[in-house]
Design a protein around this ligand. Sequence first.
Ligand code: FES
Length: 112
Amino acid sequence: MSDSRNDHFALTIEPDHHFVSVRAGESLLEAALRAGLSLPRSCRNGTCRAYLCKLVVGEVRYRVEWPGLTAEEKADGWILPCVALPQSDVTIDQPARSDAPVAPKPASSRGF
Ligand code: FES
């Protein structure tokens, strides 16, 4: 549960039941790394989609205007922890890779 000043929120990472305190202004990924948990990552700016996970409980907002998620993925609860800032205590779930949505293919104007 968050403390009375709301400058920390609790992050639970399933399915391994890891608990992490997220500081104000910290992304979920940054908090996990500070706690010694190694999560998949690459760009850290919401574009590569190296680590999509499901938001099971809670709310997040994004530090970038257009995180690399489709509207449908957002509606289905997919988030990008590298740019997600908690707005409450949150629980995320890392699905098996085969369950995560595939990145939309960029439009190709030449068909190669
Ligand atoms: S690390 Fe690239 S989108 Fe999160």
